[in-house]
Design a protein around this ligand. Structure first.
Ligand SMILES: Cc1ncc(C[n+]2csc(CCOP(=O)(O)OP(=O)(O)O)c2C)c(N)n1
Ligand SMILES: [Mg+2]
Length: 653
């Protein structure tokens, strides 16, 4: 007799209850409520093969409501993902387990993206769907043709980033993206209506989505809705009306059963209500067998696809791109350009140098997909000849993200996680705070995403303090696994681009200037930026008595200050620090040699001091900002705020 799909859903419910109960923490409410929807989706629609979690043409499943992680872990276990043993389920939320509190990509096979910060999973999924659309165009639909499915809750849809994600997806008509909304009218504080009474269907519809509501416990209706979703010409929202903690006896539908609320008695009641006689963490053989069959359902399709890929003229290129490797000769043009920049020492804004570096890279690296949050001309992210990424074919490589910094950064994470593309895009550095939650998640997920952030100091001038970053550089430097670059001239800019592209497991931020600066590097023989910090100029005429540390546009200030000090008979070194994170990775001996032994250490940066003690020590002198900026031409601002060569020289005493 075939196993009832309700029983299969009950297996998710029971495992979720048992795991949360054993961990004495976590969330059973959402997994129990969405078990039916998940059973239909995984059972009949999701293209996957449990034996091959990383099959490139699999559908992407994103649990945006990451607190419901036991839903995903149950599915991975039941369908037979090898790593997800019953012991892992029993070790939910414990040290070293594959079942952390919220799903973490690269940690658990089958998890596509790290979720938990509500709303971001949905925004990340938009990027996955974008990557799919582009790669389908580049490699053909026989090689790339999959969907992206998202489960999102009330919380995800309340978060502001969902607005950016939804409107971008709607504008781009990403018809292979489906959001399954767990419409349970519940959040932590109680009924969702205590804080939200908007109409989600109308909201998505207004953004250009096709929408539908369905009883989230009716398997037949759910299946019909999912089938409908696959036939639309735009992204789809299915609001699934569910009861939180469905199946949990008296707790079913209780708006306070979001988290760990089921204790021994309630779990016994729930088991009874479900007619589930097996003990904790035990799934009857017939139900387990039905789920295992689901896990094998995609094997044939996967093998057929592998044969198609093998026969495809694109095979090698596709695999290289999906593995994150750069094409042969990726940096040939850039290297030649860097050498010529060292000779010509062009006097220009570092954002312009970045545009020039991109001109060397874009034609050779087809994986690079650029864009900007409506600041294309200011960010210098567009290279002539790039077509816009848009319907109908998505072949273009330049995304007009609109004024959506957070949605853009999250989408880039999704593109990088999907694989096959290397996203970069621009905004102003002051607005890094708008993107910050996605930059952070990208850093946690080791996603190769390059954030071009121009107008990186008071040096942007007249736009004034709202646009002048002061504390952003320090705050970004505090973030683990993020490479924060602040290059000084054309050579360093090109070096930093190369490093960012070569680091497959780090996001990068390029802090770039609006104002022009002179070239400081004479030679491009070695990528000195790769060391994070290096001696740009040695002291003349004896042991250095002063070392000036600096980054970006202030390196030329440091160089001018050195001239003054040398003229006063004080041998002075200048150290450029384009990337602090990379400096920390150098040997102790190298680091000590860069810090040097000069009795006077000064740092100059048109930003706050925080963190510079690393270079100048507690007693070091700092020339920079201690307050917000002001609106005026930048030359005046540097003078008024005392960030000048004279001030640096004077600080040497
Ligand atoms: C950005 C963010 N803010 C707050 C939280 C904490 N949090 C986790 S779940 C949740 C309630 C979400 O409600 P819903 O998505 O409807 O989940 P349900 O209660 O239905 O399971 C909150 C506030 C979070 N994870 N992320
Ligand atoms: Mg809810």
């Amino acid at each position: 007799m075939p196993v009832s799909p309700i029983k299969m859903a009950d297996a998710i419910r029971v495992l979720s209850m048992d795991a949360v109960h054993k961990a004495k923490s976590g969330h059973q409410g959402m997994p129990m409520g969405m078990a039916d929807v998940a059973t239909v989706l995984w059972g009949k629609f999701l293209k996957f093969d449990a034996a091959k979690p990383d099959w490139a043409d699999r559908d992407r499943f994103v649990l945006s409501a990451g607190h419901g992680s036991m839903l995903l872990y149950s599915l991975l276990h039941l369908t037979g993902f090898k790593a997800m043993t019953i012991q892992q389920i029993e070790n939910f939320r414990q040290w070293g387990s594959l079942t952390p509190g919220h799903p973490e990509v690269h940690h658990t096979p089958g998890v596509e993206t790290t979720t938990g910060p509500l709303g971001q999973g949905l925004a990340t999924a938009v990027g996955m769907a974008m990557a799919e659309a582009h790669l389908a165009s580049r490699f053909g639909k026989d090689v790339v043709d999959h969907r992206t499915w998202v489960i999102a809750g009330d919380g995800c849809l309340m978060e502001g980033v969902s607005h950016e994600a939804i409107s971008l997806a709607g504008r781009l008509k990403l018809n292979k993206l489906t959001v399954l909304f767990d419409d349970n009218n519940t959040t932590i504080d109680g009924e969702a209506t205590i804080s939200e009474t908007g109409d989600q269907l109308l909201r998505f519809k207004a953004a250009g989505w096709a929408v539908k509501a369905v009883d989230g416990h009716d398997h037949v209706k759910i299946a019909a809705a999912l089938r409908w979703a696959t036939k639309q010409d735009r992204p789809t929202l299915i609001a699934c009306k569910t009861l939180i903690s469905k199946g949990a006896g008296p707790k079913e539908g209780d708006p306070h059963s979001h988290g760990y609320t089921l204790f021994d008695d309630q779990i016994r009641d729930a088991r009874e209500a479900m007619g589930w006689t097996d003990g904790p963490f035990t799934v009857p053989a017939d139900i387990a067998g039905a789920w295992k069959a689901v896990g094998r359902r995609g094997a044939r399709v996967r093998k057929a696809w592998e044969a198609v890929l093998k026969a495809s003229a694109h095979a090698a290129d596709f695999e290289r791109a999906m593995n994150g490797q750069l094409p042969a000769g990726a940096f040939d043009k850039l290297t030649a350009y860097t050498a010529s920049a060292a000779e010509a020492k062009p006097n220009n804004a570092t954002r312009v140098h970045s545009g020039a570096a991109l001109e060397q890279l874009i034609p050779i690296i087809p994986e690079m997909i650029g864009g900007s949050a409506d600041l294309t001309g200011s960010n210098n992210t567009f290279v002539k000849g790039m077509a816009p990424f848009d319907t109908p074919d998505y072949a273009g490589r330049y995304v007009h993200y609109g004024v959506r910094e957070f949605g853009m950064a999250a989408a880039m994470n999704g593109m990088a996680l999907h694989g096959g593309v290397i996203p970069y895009s621009g905004t102003f550095l002051a607005f890094a705070d708008y993107s910050r939650p996605a930059i952070r998640l990208g850093a946690l997920m080791q996603a190769r995403v390059i954030h071009v952030m121009t107008h990186d100091s008071i040096g942007l001038g007249e736009d004034g303090p709202t646009h002048q970053p002061v504390e952003q550089i320090a705050s970004l430097r505090a973030m683990p696994n993020l490479l924060v670059f602040r290059p000084a001239d054309a050579v360093e800019v090109a070096e930093c681009w190369k490093i960012a592209l070569e680091h497959q497991s780090n996001p990068s931020v390029m802090c770039l200037s609006r104002q022009k600066v002179p070239g400081v590097r004479d030679s491009a023989a070695e990528n000195l930026s790769a060391k994070g910090a290096y001696e740009l100029l040695a002291a003349d005429g004896g042991e250095a008595v002063v070392t000036i540390f600096s980054s970006g546009t202030e390196v030329s200030v440091a160089v001018a200050a050195r001239d003054i000090l040398q003229a006063q008979g004080k041998p002075t070194r200048v150290v450029s620090t384009p990337c602090w994170e990379l400096f920390e990775q150098q040997s102790d001996a190298y680091k000590a040699s860069v810090i040097g032994k000069a009795p006077t250490r000064i740092a100059v940066e048109a930003a706050v001091r925080m963190g510079w003690e690393r270079f100048i020590g507690e007693d070091g002198k700092f020339v920079g900002m201690t307050h917000f900026g002001a609106s005026a031409p930048y030359e005046r601002l540097y003078k008024e705020f005392g960030i000048t060569a004279e001030a640096v020289a004077a600080a040497a005493g």
